[in-house]
Ligand binder design. Structure first.
Ligand code: AMP
Length: 210
């Protein structure tokens, strides 16, 4: 069993690419952001603890995240590994992950800060299947209908606004980007230019995974 990590700043396209490579990798997408939003919506103790951090664009404490992941990897669909999206985000999370499952590739989708705000502010997701779209760069084929599942329940995230994006970017640079070196030293870190057409990025990711 071996897992993959999709790494990069908020708005880099991790979720979009995870959905596109799911069939090729055969691994389920595990997004800690999606798990936390579901916990907030359900009003669970984890959700109540995470809510304020998420709304202000700060990272949720490591212990909360690591517990979520420990439980998630026990599920039967995770028995051959998973594709982590938005996890790990700190060195402490990466250290915990190393105890939980083997990671074969960390795919870093690199996008300059100057492009992040426009990418995040036009983003919307399908409430049924979590497919990600963008008003300008990746609209659904039929307005109001999800390309992936045919659902019509599009949502915009509460934290996808210009103010919160700046906090999320600071959290990324201060707490998450040191992980690049941590994984690079282990020889499993692959950098992909994420400021290009979606198809080209998918091709490069699949090439890196071969
Ligand atoms: P995302 O959907 O990955 O952009 O995550 C949305 C928010 O959830 C982040 O801004 C954090 O507040 C929180 N979050 C998601 N994943 C993590 C993580 N691995 N560690 C800490 N906080 C996280």
């Amino acid at each position: 069993m071996s897992s993959i990590v999709l790494f990069g700043p908020p708005g880099a396209g991790k979720g979009t690419q995870a959905q596109r490579i799911m069939d090729s990798t055969g691994l389920p997408q595990v997004s800690t952001g999606d798990m936390l939003r579901a916990a907030v919506a359900a009003g669970t103790p984890t959700g109540m603890e995470a809510k304020n951090y998420m709304e202000s664009g700060q990272l949720v404490p490591d212990e909360v995240i690591i517990n979520l992941i420990r439980d998630r990897v026990q599920d039967t669909d995770a028995s051959n590994g998973v594709m982590f999206d938005g996890f790990p985000r700190t060195v402490a999370q990466a250290e915990a992950l190393a105890e939980i499952t083997e990671v074969s590739h960390v795919i870093a989708i690199e996008v300059p800060d100057g492009r992040i705000v426009e990418r995040i502010c036009g983003r919307y997701t399908c409430g049924d299947c979590s497919a990600v779209f963008h008003d300008t760069f990746n609209p659904s084929n039929v307005e109001g209908v999800c390309d992936s599942c045919g659902g019509n329940d599009f949502k915009r995230r509460a934290d996808d606004n210009a103010n919160t994006v700046l906090s999320r970017l600071s959290a990324y640079h201060e707490q998450t980007s040191p992980l690049a070196e941590w994984y690079d030293q282990r020889g499993i870190f692959f950098r992909i230019d994420g400021d290009r057409a979606i198809d080209e990025i998918t091709e490069d990711i699949l090439r890196a995974l071969k």
